[in-house]
Design a protein around this ligand. Sequence first.
Ligand code: SF4
Ligand code: SF4
Length: 83
Amino acid sequence: MARTKITIDHEICGDGHKVDPRACGLCLRACPPAVFTLHQSFDIPEKDPYDPQFWRITVLWPTLCSRCMKCVEVCPEKAIRVS
Ligand code: SF4
Ligand code: SF4
């Protein structure tokens, strides 16, 4: 069986771009097995990569995904893809 691939567009959500995931967080709350994690971004090309204002959501446990698509449905920015 093919592995589920979950991606989040960090040009839309996180890293100081359009959406601050701390303010939204709908995908975090919608995912039954808690596949996602919210954390500070340390690898972005900002002047101060440790600036605490930059956060992102990362797919931490993709093997737990049941493909329920709740995260895709709740994301107001269509930033999540599950394939
Ligand atoms: S499809 Fe469902 S289980 Fe998979 S990451 Fe999204 S909300 Fe979680
Ligand atoms: S639901 Fe979408 S916009 Fe909201 S935190 Fe998750 S990925 Fe970002």
